[in-house]
Structure formats: C-alpha cells, structure tokens
Design a protein around this ligand. Structure first.
Ligand SMILES: [Zn+2]
Length: 254
C-alpha cells in the first residue's frame, strides 16, 4: 500500500466499527482527511498517546480505496494547558468542529492550517479570551474565501463615515446607513470602534491582536456580526437544516 507523510491537528475522533477509530485530521499537505486507526494495533502500540484530540502530530498514512489508514503518529505539540482547563477545552472543541464542518475533505488550504495551529497555540499559552474566538471566526471566513469588504460601502462604493454603519451578510461587507435601509434591512449595526477592531483582526497576527484592549461592548457587537455571517455562509453553502442546527448548537454551547 502506498503511504504518505504529513503533519496535522486531530480535530475529531469517533468509533469506527467495534474496535477501530475514525480520526479526522486537518493537515498541512492534504487539508482535512479522515483516517482509520486500527484498534488492536493502536491499543498495543507505543503510538497510542499520540492520537489524542487536538494533538499536532507527525503522521504516516496509507492510501486506501475507501478510507486511508493511519500507520503511525508522533506528537509534535500536545497543548497540555488546553487539556487542563475546561473553558479552554470547550473553545478548542468549538474551533475543531467549526473547522470540520466548514471544510471539504482533501482540499489543501494553508491559510486554514496555519490559522488552526495559530489559535491552538494562542489558546494554550494565553487566557481563554473572547478575542481568540473572534479572530478565529473572522479569519476562518477569510481563509474560506469570504473576505468581507470593510473599507467602502459594498453597495454604493462610497467611503464609510466614522459613524454607526451596518454589516450585511447578504452583500458580504459593510453598508452605509442609507444603503442598509434600502438594500438589506436585515443588516447588523456596527459601531466605528467595532469596525476598526474587525479590520485589526484581519490585518495583524493573533499575538498582536491579543495586545489590543477590546471592551465587552465591542466584543459583543463583533460576536453578533461573526455569528450571523458564519450562519449565513453555512446556510448558503450547505443548505442542510441538520447542519444549520449543529452550527446553532455550537454557538449556544460557547
Ligand atoms: Zn452605501
């Protein structure tokens, strides 16, 4: 059987038949992959501890007709601080599930891989701040190809005034007050400071973002925008009520 080497973060584990495990991994070379880990082999093997959820590991995988098989795994980073905190673990689950639900199998995307690794490292090292969640959500949308227009009104193309503007999920960016009433009455109000913060989240890396002081009010505004945009994209892309419910439950669990 031909094999390949890759590196990846384990984003999901579930049972596969009686003894085997199905391990979903976001890798740097293949994007998201699902692999089978054969039970007995792994239980008896030294590799066992390397299959924990959220581990970042070196992997050897064998190509299969229907499903690839995990041959070996070796932990590069295990994110112990995430495991030792309930709040951090809950956020890590959210990051992993959102990644799993919004990506297709075997579509390489370095931006997503780098982002997932970046947020896991930040979550391990820092307090479980809301900023990490917002940064992840907005940059995941960007990496998936939904870069929101934040500079001009997406409809009339005029420069935005430093006042309350609106975020339109339908148009994928900010609309001025006049256009929001005309074009998309369902658009969400966004203050000038929240908009500035959103631009910052898209322009700087997470270490820099975490130095920024974000008030509770701004964070709540951004939470609302990110959730609505993610839900809108999910509805548009997947058109599955089961999937939308799952996304809604994810938000509720946060
Ligand atoms: Zn406008």
């Amino acid at each position: 059987m031909p094999t390949y080497k890759t590196k990846g973060i384990i984003i999901k584990r579930s049972d596969f038949g009686e003894a085997d495990k199905l391990i979903t991994i976001y890798t740097d070379t293949e994007g998201k992959i699902r692999t089978k880990a054969k039970g007995i082999r792994w239980i008896l093997s030294r590799n066992r501890g390397h299959l924990e959820l959220f581990n970042y590991s070196d992997l050897v995988i064998a190509n299969g007709k229907e499903i690839d098989t995990l041959i070996s795994a070796y932990t590069i980073e295990s994110f112990k601080n995430i495991r030792n905190s309930l709040k951090k673990t809950a956020l890590a689950y959210y990051f992993a599930e959102l990644c799993d639900k919004l990506t297709a199998e075997k579509e390489k995307n370095n931006k997503i891989f780098d982002l997932v690794l970046e947020v896991f490292r930040a979550l391990d090292k820092n307090e479980p701040k809301e900023e990490i969640v917002r940064y992840y959500e907005i940059n995941l949308l960007l990496a998936l190809g939904y870069q929101p227009e934040l500079g001009l009104c997406v409809h009339c193309r005029k420069a935005l005034q430093p006042i309350n503007n609106y975020f339109s999920c339908k148009l994928g960016g900010i609309v001025c007050p006049a256009c929001s009433t005309k074009i998309d009455p369902r658009s969400v109000r966004i203050s000038k400071d929240a908009l500035k913060t959103l631009r910052f989240f898209l322009s700087y890396n997470l270490n820099t973002v975490l130095k920024l002081k974000v008030t509770l009010e701004i964070n709540n505004e951004l939470k609302n925008v990110c959730e609505k945009f993610l839900r809108y994209i999910a509805e548009k892309e997947f058109k599955s009520t089961k999937f939308i419910k799952e996304i809604d439950n994810l938000f509720k669990e946060l």
